[in-house]
Design a protein around this ligand. Structure first.
Ligand SMILES: [Zn+2]
Length: 176
């Protein structure tokens, strides 16, 4: 066993300057793609991107519907708790992300996550618009007070907090 006659590849081959750190294939500097984990050949990079996007077309439909419904329920709850919406909104975003993750069975794609972020906004729109309308009407009636804008302001806060919360929870990325 020790007398193996297999030719050994010497690590110092002068013409090869780089190796793909995944498949170990020699690559020229022009072929090399710099990734966060080092240099890779184009084949490996393409394959990696396919792994990142594992979503199926129906995932988008169900994820959107689920995110809209949960976000609406969250905003409805926020309508009653007023100021504490700032605590509820990020939790609602997390709830959206967890349910979506279950529905799509942990399949992932950046497009899917961005769609969910939009769906959270869409789900919160009805109460947001009602709040806005209410503020405008009271303004027209001359009965406008700080309390006229509060429902609208809280719903805006909900959107601002819940949408990124859902997105970052799903994508696993840290907030910038
Ligand atoms: Zn490679």
């Amino acid at each position: 066993m020790e007398n193996s006659t297999e030719p050994k590849i010497t690590p110092e081959e002068p013409e090869i300057t780089l190796r793909c750190n995944k498949c170990d294939r020699p690559i020229t500097p022009s072929e090399a793609v710099l990734t966060p984990t080092g240099y890779r050949c184009k084949d490996c990079v393409n394959q990696q991107q396919k792994v990142f996007d594992t979503s199926k077309p129906l995932d988008y439909v169900w994820a959107f519907i689920a995110a809209v419904v949960i976000s609406f329920l969250g905003s409805l709850l926020g309508f009653f708790i007023g100021f504490y919406i700032f605590l509820l909104a990020p939790a609602a975003g997390v709830a959206v992300a967890e349910v979506v993750r279950l529905i799509v069975r942990k399949r992932r794609s950046t497009k899917l996550f961005k769609l969910v972020r939009i769906a959270v906004v869409v789900g919160a729109l009805p109460l947001f618009l009602i709040g806005l309308l209410n503020a405008i009407v009271t303004l027209g009636e001359g009965t406008f007070t700080l309390y006229s804008v509060l429902p609208f302001a809280y719903q805006m806060l909900y959107i601002i907090l819940a949408a990124p919360s859902a997105y970052y929870r799903l994508s696993g990325r840290r907030r910038p």
